[in-house]
Write a new protein. Structure first.
Lengths: 75, 354
């Protein structure tokens, strides 16, 4: 059975979640920084541009709210 | 960065065929623009060399070229080659030129596929051959095939990374409204070189393909978890269960139906692709009727994709320059794949440049 996409962990993992009920994409970098985007090209530009525009590795967010707060600070 | 890879990703493993295709007959397949000759030695090993005689380029797969024991005799002038590609005899003289040797390709037979390395042979051992173990493992029943596609491999990658098209292009078999409307999670593991796209439908219509194959009726929980290892191997881990039925806490999942859909995306030329497909299931293992149904249905689905992508390639080939595509959320996985493929092409170009 495939790994749960919300729990997969790997050192270089980049994740993009299409937020349910919205049209927005939430990107999470392997460094822990997050970003909210309105489309896939934008979110990949940001993720693959690491470390440009990314915070130095912050404590890993424990809730989606903290990820969104981090994202807001980077935009 | 370009959103579309424009050339082959060399320095990679590609599926050249199924093991069953290669025997004691000379067999040729073009991979990434290179015509490769395959045959099986008397000991059963698959060999892969250039399909062009070093003398005057005559295809060694073309009659009256023939296999004699473990040697290939060119049907034009009789140049004779061993399994290692070395020329062992030429007509009319005893001295065989030292440079008379067919290019040899690293080859691995695994998971029912024959994989061939396209690139510098010395680099092959440093890259793992991707795995699709269900295709040759106890506990699974498998159907498979290959359809020729008159379109570049990038179009097939786009197609398979965004399964929302199932709702529209494959509505009578595997597509239901929920596929297009369910949000996806996309992940890129840059170290492993893999892309994952997951679409998990908690309460979905059961499409005819799965209703007939599993016997389920009513609403279902349907998971589509894509695992793509560019450039060639694409896996779709499909889980079907009655609505609300989830795996056990220990990971066991005895009441669900699991289908492993495997594609090998092998460029033939820049504008044609070998579309290998296979479907492995962990249920109804001895039911030939289910095998026949899945084989016919999946081939139909593949041919629907082939027809659409062939048209799309014609459109691309004849359109004015500068067409600007539009990408939306459903394309998140496809764009990740394009970017990873572009990086592979860049790296291979750098290797070739020394």
């Amino acid at each position: 059975m495939a790994a749960d996409p919300t729990t997969r962990a790997a050192p270089g993992l980049l994740r993009v979640v299409w937020l349910p009920g919205s049209d927005q994409l939430e990107g999470t970098c392997h460094c822990g920084a997050g970003y909210l985007a309105d489309g896939p090209a934008e979110v990949w530009d940001w993720l693959l541009g690491h470390p440009v525009g990314h915070h130095p590795a912050p404590p890993r967010p424990t809730t989606r709210t903290s990820v969104l707060n981090t994202a807001g600070a980077t935009r | 960065m370009s959103e579309t890879a424009s050339a082959f990703a060399r320095e990679q493993w590609y599926v050249a065929g199924y093991g069953r295709e290669i025997g004691r007959e000379l067999f040729s397949r073009t991979v990434c623009g290179e015509s490769i000759l395959f045959w099986r030695t008397l000991a059963g090993e698959v060999t892969a060399t250039s399909d062009r005689c070093v003398h005057r380029r005559f295809p060694l797969s073309e009659p009256p070229s023939r296999l004699v024991g473990d040697q290939v005799v060119c049907g034009y002038h009789g140049f004779t080659y061993g399994a290692d590609g070395r020329c062992v005899a030429v007509p009319g003289q005893t001295r065989v030129p030292r440079t008379a040797r067919l290019r040899r390709y690293p080859v691995v037979e695994r998971d029912s596929f024959v994989w061939v390395w396209i690139g510098d042979p010395d680099r092959a051992e440093h890259t793992a051959v991707p795995r699709a173990p269900w295709l040759d493992a106890p506990g699974y029943a498998v159907v498979s095939g290959m359809e020729p596609l008159a379109a570049g491999y990038q179009l097939l990658v786009d197609n398979l990374l965004d399964l929302s098209h199932e709702t529209y292009l494959h509505g009578g078999s595997i597509g239901t409204p929920e596929v297009a409307t369910t949000p996806i999670t996309t992940e890129v593991d840059e170290q492993a070189g893999s892309i994952y796209v997951s679409r998990r439908m908690a309460d979905a219509e059961c499409p005819p393909f799965y209703a007939r194959a599993t016997g389920l009726s009513g609403r279902i929980t349907r998971w589509q978890d894509i695992e793509y290892t560019p450039p060639c191997l694409y896996l779709l881990h499909s889980r079907i269960a009655p609505v609300g039925v989830l795996p056990n806490a220990d990971g066991s999942d005895p009441t669900a139906f699991h289908v492993e859909v495997v594609y090998a995306i092998t460029p033939e030329t820049e504008h044609s692709t070998h579309d290998f497909w296979a479907v492995a299931r962990d249920f109804a293992l001895d039911d030939q009727g289910v095998s026949d149904f899945i084989a016919e249905q999946n081939r139909t689905v593949v041919l629907q994709d082939v027809a659409a992508l062939n048209v799309l390639q014609e459109v691309i080939d004849t359109e004015p320059a500068g067409y600007q595509e539009l990408s939306i959320n459903i394309d998140t996985g496809g764009l990740a794949a394009r970017r990873m493929l572009a990086k592979q092409v860049e790296r291979a170009t750098a290797v070739a440049a020394g």
